[in-house]
Design a protein around this ligand. Structure first.
Ligand code: AVJ
Length: 322
């Protein structure tokens, strides 16, 4: 097996501190909210993997279709020596890029980066076993904070797939793209997946599937508050809501209180009151237009070299160079 190493830029205590701060800020706000990254503990990551197999959740399949048809192109255009994947999760679609890069003969190193050490270790080991010629260097870090330690020989391709960039607010998105730009040298690349604006019915059903897997995923954040902060919140007391905000062009996941309640969160030294119908925003998932993606990449200092979509124009993949 090839060489595997994991660099930890974030340990368990720091993660709990960050959760505590976010909970104190978000749950004392006028309109309550929590950052969507807290959906992804081991259980949440497993639920998200299940979502990707739900018929109504099209983004994963649409992006995989693009990667299947374009990976060879990506490998030859970029000549990448290093593939960095931000928010790698189970690195499932990444295998298409790794196959193409190794077939092209330039790819030497894979750098998956994720906040979840358990998810990262498992996928890094699996990839190392499948690709004996690649060196695998996992990084445990929060890519919303800083990226100045990204390892790997140039030219690197930084892949940010799945439409996860849509989980940032517009101002955070600009800051994030600028920070990726700033850690790359001239000639290096960003491969960015963006879900596209489409009819409301398709969007809402993708985030409120009839099997209820997304609802369970959403409520999982309340289990995270129970486990890590001792919250006495009852997940069954909240309805899952997928709301399309037509002005902002994003899907908002919410947890809406079914009845009035008071929740104690000792680990955050906080008491939270909910009225009936009051909600917590747990995620935004912005949907994009092709011209908007191009403008944001250009503003951040990238040259957009390729723009690809699936056959049904549901999802876009940009290949941009510094
Ligand atoms: C993994 C962040 C891309 O925003 O579509 C799936 C997460 N949320 N269903 C998305 C998610 C609800 C997903 N990303």
């Amino acid at each position: 097996m090839s060489e595997v190493s994991i660099d930890v830029h974030r340990d368990g205590a720091e993660v709990t501190d960050a959760l505590r701060r976010d909970v104190r800020e978000g749950l004392s706000a006028e309109v309550k909210w929590l950052p969507s990254k807290w959906l992804y503990d081991a259980q949440g990551s497993a639920l998200f993997d299940r979502i990707t197999g739900v018929p109504e959740y099209y983004p994963t399949r649409a992006e995989r279709e693009i990667l299947r048809t374009r990976s060879a192109d990506i490998a030859s255009t970029t000549g990448a020596r290093t593939l960095v994947e931000l928010g790698s999760g189970s690195s499932e679609k990444t295998r298409l890029l790794l196959d193409a890069g190794t077939a092209h003969g330039t790819l030497r190193q894979f750098v998956p980066l994720d906040v979840s050490e358990s998810a990262l270790a498992a996928s890094a080991e699996a990839i190392a076993a499948e690709y004996p010629d690649l060196s695998v260097r996992g990084v445990v870090a929060d890519f919303t904070e800083h990226l100045d330690f990204l390892p790997g020989a140039a030219p690197r391709v930084v892949a940010f797939l799945g439409g996860t960039i849509g989980n940032f607010l517009p101002a955070e998105r600009a800051k994030f793209l600028a920070s990726v730009r700033s850690v790359l040298a001239t000639g290096e690349w960003l491969l960015l997946g963006t879900d596209l604006v489409k009819d409301v019915g398709t969007l809402v059903t993708a985030y409120d599937d009839p099997q209820g897997v997304t609802a369970e995923f959403n409520r999982n954040v309340l289990h995270v508050l129970r486990t890590h902060l001792g919250a006495d919140v009852d997940p069954a007391a909240f309805d899952h809501v997928a709301h399309w905000d037509a002005r902002q062009e994003w899907i908002e996941m919410r947890l809406r209180a079914r009845h009035p309640m008071t929740v104690q969160i000792p680990g955050a030294d906080l008491t939270v009151r909910f009225e009936r119908g009051e909600y917590v925003r747990t995620e935004i998932s912005a949907k994009f237009r092709p011209e908007g993606v191009r403008a944001e990449l250009t503003d951040a200092g990238f040259d957009v070299r390729h723009w690809w979509t699936d056959a049904q124009d549901r999802f876009g993949l940009s290949l941009a160079q510094v």
